[in-house]
Design a protein around this ligand. Structure first.
Ligand code: FAD
Length: 283
């Protein structure tokens, strides 16, 4: 299907991007384009109004790349999922390899971006729970280039709405972090997740502390299970907590709009993620 006529803009600096973004009416951002192009076709098919301008992020150098320093890891919003999967990472940041290598298929990973995954407003993409779980922040820039650091939990509580450009995400260094990630595929044919979750804790004096349980049930935006976090904090690092944890869930996160299989596989995933942390820490 041919798209409706539009003007395709390819700014090659953040300044130019921000200028276009604040001045053009009826414009859409294109990062990797994997969702945008589908949505343009869908709008045309429905007979709805389609954007007159597409602003590509592809040539904007300030949005690209991964850098690490003592404070943590900064990933440009325009960095592809494949680039993250292929970048050598240390410590708990390596969980990003597991996350990225399990997202969709290689052709999608080659073009889909960190920023697109977080801001596309589909409830089932995987980076939101990962960023919440890793205590990360999102760095947005307004039309003047002024940066604002946003807590992802708040961003997704507000249904991922923004008029700003996401420039990068930052994930703090944490030598004490123990993390586990689980992701269940929805079907063989189209590999999108049925659910995903990341647990991040610090084990001190054999007790779990500062735990984050970030859950994506795929029908609502990623969120934290504070009841489970409360139970895990203060619990001894013993295998039995994996079973006990299942009696301490915020059930609405797991059971609302979930069928029996999904409710079951959520509990299996939570249990095995907790066990993985217990075993790795003891080991
Ligand atoms: C067949 C298929 C399977 C997939 N499977 C998975 C999966 O298993 N797991 C998973 O997590 N994801 C999956 N995805 C989603 C994919 O990983 C991408 O995250 C998603 O398609 C959007 O990324 P993009 O860079 O292509 O964004 P685009 O499609 O280019 O952008 C979508 C919208 O996001 C917004 N946007 C993008 N970047 C920015 C920015 N920097 N600042 C502000 N707004 C921005 C804009 O509103 C833009 O119009 C799948 C996608 C497809 C098509």
């Amino acid at each position: 299907m041919l798209l409706n006529p539009l003007t395709f803009h390819t700014p090659d600096s953040l300044e130019e991007l921000l200028k276009l973004h604040s001045s053009l009416e009826n414009a859409k951002i294109q990062a990797g384009g994997t969702f945008l192009l589908n949505s343009l076709k869908l709008l045309k098919r429905k007979g709805s109004k389609t954007p007159e301008h597409i602003i590509s992020l592809y040539k904007v150098p300030e949005l690209k790349g991964i850098s690490a320093d003592a404070k943590g890891l900064t990933i440009g919003a325009g960095t592809t999922i494949d680039e993250i999967a292929e970048t050598p990472l240390e410590g708990h940041f390596q969980i990003l390899h597991t996350v990225c290598k399990n997202i969709s298929t290689q052709p999608i990973r080659n073009v889909a971006t960190m920023g697109g995954n977080l801001t596309c407003r589909y409830t089932w993409t995987e980076m939101p729970a990962v960023l919440i779980g890793l205590r990360g922040t999102m760095i947005f820039v307004d039309e003047n280039g002024t940066a604002e650091e946003v807590c992802p939990e708040e961003f997704f509580k507000n249904a991922a709405k923004t008029q700003k450009i996401l420039k990068a995400v930052h994930i703090p260094a944490d030598a004490e972090a123990s993390v586990a990630y689980r992701r269940i595929r929805k079907s063989q044919g189209v590999d999108i997740p049925l659910l995903s979750l990341l647990i991040n804790t610090r084990i001190k004096n054999n007790q779990w502390t500062d735990t984050v349980v970030a859950v994506n049930n795929c029908t609502a935006f990623a969120q934290r299970d504070s009841k489970l976090e409360e139970f895990l904090n203060g619990s001894k690092n013993e295998a039995s907590i994996a079973d006990e944890a299942l009696n301490n869930l915020t059930e609405s996160i797991y059971d609302t709009r979930s069928n029996e299989y999904k409710q079951h596989i959520f509990r299996v995933s939570l249990k095995s993620a907790i066990k993985e942390i217990v075993t790795t820490h003891k080991g």
